[in-house]
Design a protein around this ligand. Structure first.
Ligand code: FAD
Length: 487
């Protein structure tokens, strides 16, 4: 039998079950002779596709880079007249940083990204540490890439520069009004139809492309009841207050947590700017929010918190309030035709409490590029079933991972937002060892808990996708086998 065009050992011993149980017996599938080459495919002949990406946010540009690396013709259509990112800071956790560094994106943020030493969770009314994760040293060695914080504009620009370097075309001022997953093609607001081999939709949480997938699904975004103020303060302003200097001495993350609210802080822009995300419960209509009103609201919301934090909050002279939206988990990311795929916030927007929304989009991009390579390398011409089969595996792997990360993000909200009382005290007792520098095996802090940490930051989206495709090839090549499906 052949797998990925290579002669393989007999798989006659494989029985009718998918590998959903702990086992190392299929690790031989990772042997070098079966490994894809550095471009992610196992034959030299790979067909180059014409790929249209809709949306030049972090998801769209990450996908453009991941696909552009393999020589596909990638065109990105963006509705905005100018490229950019809303908000100030963003965390690039190790699972995302590893991929971006592999793709050569990190060169473009050199001297701008910050590598924080740790993340410390603090009690809302006094700032006393209640949980602590050491990021540096630690994460870079353990997970093959540092944990970073960065200005969104610097992240976005690094992706753009790398995409352009790879020959990706980015067309701004082009709003897609209609998606046709059969042709496949898109039609712009001006009525121009653009065809491609594959359409990739990365148009964010308000995307209208779900209807075009052909599964009868619609956009499943919902308001979570949380909103966040986003603001920055000049680090020199904070340093001028001697009692607050500790906040900026090391570029660490500090998170104040209390009932129904938290404040996430970290340095960006080579340490010159202090980024704050202040999350709170808010069901009010965003139409009623005004720039002057939200600044005053923000100060009121946190007025009785840690006096040191309040001093920093009062230094903010401009803020933006943002409703936090999540997307109902969907298994439908790929159209019935197999020629239109959705990624990023468009299919898995999540509350930002694991700091993993964009990281999931980078993982989507990585997995998608591996799937496309697999299909184009295994078919000399491209029967759509081959691409569709690979994309189905992509959809299965990515929808599970993203759904789990959505859950983990909501769990963090629950853990952080406990009211003072017995459960909060039990939580703090469950993180005491890490605060005191003692060894621990379990933690109520998801950044520290060894199992959650490994699952979150140790995940390699390219390796996982390659493994899943190779396993799928084995099942496909073995007539009469069937896979277990969750009941
Ligand atoms: C407060 C907050 C903090 C966060 N912190 C983190 C963090 O620390 N780490 C992390 O990994 N993630 C974080 N996230 C999540 C992250 O910001 C998002 O997951 C990510 O930005 C989504 O990118 P996207 O490209 O999928 O969507 P978007 O950023 O919404 O981009 C979509 C793009 O598509 C364009 N578009 C839309 N419709 C069309 C159309 N019809 N035609 C053409 N173009 C179109 C839009 O103009 C836009 O440019 C945070 C989110 C929030 C709200």
């Amino acid at each position: 039998m052949t797998v990925n065009g290579k002669q393989k050992p007999s798989v006659g011993h494989f029985q009718s079950c998918n590998i959903s149980y702990p086992s190392r017996s299929l690790e031989f599938l990772d042997s070098p002779s079966l490994k894809p080459d550095t471009n992610g495919h196992s034959t030299a002949e790979a067909r180059r596709l014409d790929i249209l990406v809709v949306g030049a946010g972090l998801s769209g540009l990450a996908a453009a880079v991941a696909l552009g690396r393999h020589g596909h013709k990638v065109r990105v259509l963006e509705q905005a007249l100018e490229l950019g990112e809303v908000g100030a800071g963003i965390q690039i956790p190790s699972n995302s940083a590893r991929l971006l560094s592999r793709w050569g994106v990190d060169r473009f943020w050199e001297g701008k990204a910050v590598e924080p030493g740790s993340i410390t969770f603090r009690r809302w009314q006094c700032g006393r540490p209640v949980a602590h994760t050491q990021l540096k040293p630690g994460f870079a060695d353990k997970y093959g890439a540092p944990y970073l914080t960065i200005h969104r504009a610097h992240f976005h620009e690094a992706l753009r520069q790398r995409a352009v370097e790879l020959g990706v075309e980015i067309q701004t001022g082009t709003r897609v009004a209609h998606f046709d997953s059969e042709t496949p093609s898109v039609t712009t607001r001006e009525g121009k139809t653009i065809r491609a081999d594959l359409v990739l939709v990365a148009s964010g949480v308000r995307s209208t492309a779900h209807e075009s997938l052909g599964h009868g699904t619609t956009n499943g975004a919902y308001r979570t009841g949380f909103a966040a103020y986003r603001a920055t303060v000049d680090v020199d302003k904070i340093r001028a207050d001697k009692e607050l200097a500790w906040v900026t001495e090391n570029p660490n993350l500090n998170v104040w947590i209390g009932e129904d609210k938290h404040v996430m802080t970290y340095a960006i822009s080579a340490g010159s700017s202090f980024n704050m995300v202040l999350s709170h419960v808010d069901w009010s209509d965003p139409e009623t929010w005004t720039p002057e009103g939200v600044l005053e609201d923000m100060r009121q919301q946190f007025a009785d918190w840690d006096p040191q934090l309040v001093r920093i909050v009062n230094m903010v002279d401009k803020t933006m309030k943002w409703p936090l939206t999540s997307m109902r988990a969907t298994k439908h990311w790929v159209s019935v035709s197999g020629r239109l795929v959705m990624i990023g916030d468009a299919v898995h927007a999540m509350v930002p409490y694991m700091s993993q929304g964009a990281a999931m989009a980078v993982e989507d991009a990585a997995a998608l590029a591996v799937a496309v390579q697999h299909a184009t390398a295994t078919a000399s011409t491209l029967p759509s079933s081959t691409l569709k089969d690979a994309l189905k595996v992509f959809e299965r792997i990515r929808s599970l991972r993203a759904c789990q990360m959505q859950q983990a993000s909501l769990v963090n909200g629950k853990l952080w937002h406990l009211p003072d009382g017995p459960t909060q005290q039990a939580r703090d007792a469950a993180t005491r060892a890490e605060v005191e520098g003692e060894p621990f095996e379990v933690s109520a802090n998801q950044w520290s808990d060894p199992v959650t940490q490994e699952w979150t930051y140790g995940y390699d989206a390219e390796a996982e996708m390659s493994r899943a495709l190779r396993e799928q090839s084995l099942w496909d090549a073995q007539p009469g086998t069937q896979q277990c499906t969750a009941g």
